[in-house]
Design a protein around this ligand. Structure first.
Ligand code: MG
Length: 248
């Protein structure tokens, strides 16, 4: 890995920012705060099997970040050669959610609590930015991440017209935090999520937490990539310190 100051300097120059200020953290949920992607992929696969849609389990790791409706539309176009109707989106997503809830409970991602507690300690504003609309996980956040997300500081699939990889979710996250792109750090595990955050102009931290290799996250626009949330939590203070002290 290049050293952090080189990464930051390149990033600032490329974006024509004067500097980077770590004022707000915009944090993805599935595969970042929760080890939930395996269950999501399995729920999608089983729902599609029931619906007669031919898919593979692993392809859902690549669609991560898209809203349920977008994913269903993509599958319908590929398997049936037409767009999904709003009714199909609702019924099939409902079924996928039912299956997800029936699977063994997901756990918070190791290292994520340390990272988010650190953000609280240094006084960064925190916003959840997720493509999910599933209450089974959203409702657990106050218990698993106490004090991290204040009321209203979340962007879910219900709050956006365009899901990731469109920049809208992260732009809305910045609006909620009252910050500009150069004051934002995004934490993401999926290529489409990285693309959404990077296009919105956030300094985007990619974290490898599943089968997607780091090159995919770099290719999608991650400014820096860590191999786990634990590593991200360990390196985060150095990243913040270098952001605050860097002079170009
Ligand atoms: Mg994710």
């Amino acid at each position: 890995m290049k050293d952090i100051n080189t990464i930051l300097t390149d990033y600032i120059r490329r974006h024509h920012y004067s500097r980077l200020q770590p004022v707000a953290a915009l944090i993805d949920m599935d595969g970042t705060l929760y080890d939930s992607m395996g269950n999501h992929a399995e729920a999608w696969r089983r729902m599609c099997e029931e619906a007669g849609l031919e898919v593979t389990r692993d392809e859902f790791f690549l669609y991560e970040g898209m809203t349920g409706a977008q994913t269903i539309d993509l599958l319908m176009q590929r398997c049936r050669g037409r767009h999904a109707t709003p009714e199909e989106c609702e019924t099939l997503y409902h079924r996928k959610t039912e299956i997800f809830k029936s699977l063994p409970p997901v756990r918070p991602m190791p290292g994520a609590r340390e990272l988010t507690d650190l953000m609280v300690t240094v006084g960064m504003r925190r916003v959840l930015v997720t493509g999910s609309g599933q209450n089974s996980l959203l409702d657990r956040l106050p218990e698993d991440y106490p004090g991290v997300f204040l009321p209203g500081m979340r962007v879910t699939s219900r709050d956006v017209t365009h899901g990731k990889p469109h920049p809208e979710p992260y732009i809305r996250g910045m609006q909620l935090a009252g910050v500009s792109p150069s004051q934002s750090i995004a934490i993401e595990n999926a290529p489409l999520g990285v693309k959404s955050a990077a296009t919105a102009g956030a300094f985007t931290v990619g974290v490898v937490t599943g089968p997607i290799p780091r090159a995919e996250l770099e290719g999608a626009g991650a400014a820096i990539v860590f191999d786990s949330m634990k590593e991200c939590a360990e390196e985060f203070p150095t990243l913040l310190y270098n952001m605050l002290t860097l002079t170009i």
